[in-house]
Write a protein that binds this ligand. Sequence first.
Ligand SMILES: Cc1cc2nc3c(=O)[nH]c(=O)nc-3n(C[C@H](O)[C@H](O)[C@H](O)COP(=O)(O)OP(=O)(O)OC[C@H]3O[C@@H](n4cnc5c(N)ncnc54)[C@H](O)[C@@H]3O)c2cc1C
Length: 368
Amino acid sequence: VDGLDDAMVLEAGVTLAQAHEEAAKVGRRFTVGVASEGSCTIGGLISTNAGGTAVLRYGMMREQVLGLEAVLPNGEIWNGLKRLRKDNTGYDLKQMLIGAEGTLGVVTAAALKLHPLLASRAVAIVGLGSPEDAIQLLARAKDETGGAVEAFELMGRLGFELTIRNVPGLRDPLSSVHPWYVLIEIASGEPGVAEAALERLLAGALERGLISDAAVAQTDTQIKAFWHIREGHSAGQKPEGAAWKHDVSVPVSKIPVFIDRANSAIEAAYPGTRIVAFGHVGDGNVHYDVIRPLGGDDDAHDALRSEGAKIVHDITAHLGGSISAEHGLGAMKTAEALTYKDPVEVAALRAIRHALDPQRIMNPRVLF
Ligand SMILES: Cc1cc2nc3c(=O)[nH]c(=O)nc-3n(C[C@H](O)[C@H](O)[C@H](O)COP(=O)(O)OP(=O)(O)OC[C@H]3O[C@@H](n4cnc5c(N)ncnc54)[C@H](O)[C@@H]3O)c2cc1C
């Protein structure tokens, strides 16, 4: 770990939690954070191009990788563990391996970017009337804090309620009920700056009627509790029965229209289903889950999964979005992705794969 180069070199089996610990030892920070940090590895994070909650400010895994070492499908070891920020020498092989889901080689080590530690963090949960208001709040937050928005997570009322009800130890930080919620985190390298910026932002938004209420975390324990509500959204849905999960992205400005169109179409086609829309809205990512009707049958709901996905994904594609924002394609979504991707692009991607792995021995069931 090198604080002068702002870089660390790790073997692929290091867990994300270990990477965070090692960076902190030299007063630096690795900015990718996902809920599976105790088990997921650097090799897996690179091969899935993981995202997480701070993509808005720092980008996905793809933007954190300075160099890679990998075993290519022909058995040769590629030593590309450079720690350069500028290396403009033609095709970028490491970028092809990132997000390749193991199809172009086995990643064995990586050089990753580090950032300075933060000196102040301020987190609030706000209640508001609509996704439109949330997008307006995001724009104001970016403008007013000079780009210091660390995270901006939207949560619909149903998901919020199920999480508070079903995940032990959580409670609603606001005294009244709202149709939509945002968890916003502002962070700065200077002490006190984040707290002051968040306070100013929320006061202005309340005055303009953009938000209805806000609770600002006063302690680190409260910050964790607020984040727990957001991160508990998957666990909060589990006891409610089978759910179709979609991980889509659209341009940020199109999020309200996406949610509106998808809700209308799903409610019309499958009355009684319960929609939980939430996610990293600051970077256009919506986790759009459809839970079976109350008292409904899990198997019957599961049987309709592909049909429902087509409705949601057609709307996404029509808005210029992606049917997999951060979860990759794996074996499950590949065929469907092929129907939405440009055929010229797919042909080029297949040619790259064939050139590196003519016998298709690497993860043969996934990708193109
Ligand atoms: C609770 C939970 C929360 C999550 N939250 C998020 C989130 O917020 N954002 C997000 O983007 N993702 C999220 N994820 C997904 C997460 O990004 C992936 O689970 C993780 O990055 C994969 O790492 P892994 O080591 O578990 O890889 P695995 O699951 O073991 O592998 C994933 C894929 O990468 C390939 N692979 C693994 N290691 C290598 C290697 N060394 N070389 C080549 N290919 C390899 C595998 O073949 C497989 O195709 C979450 C997952 C969980 C379980």
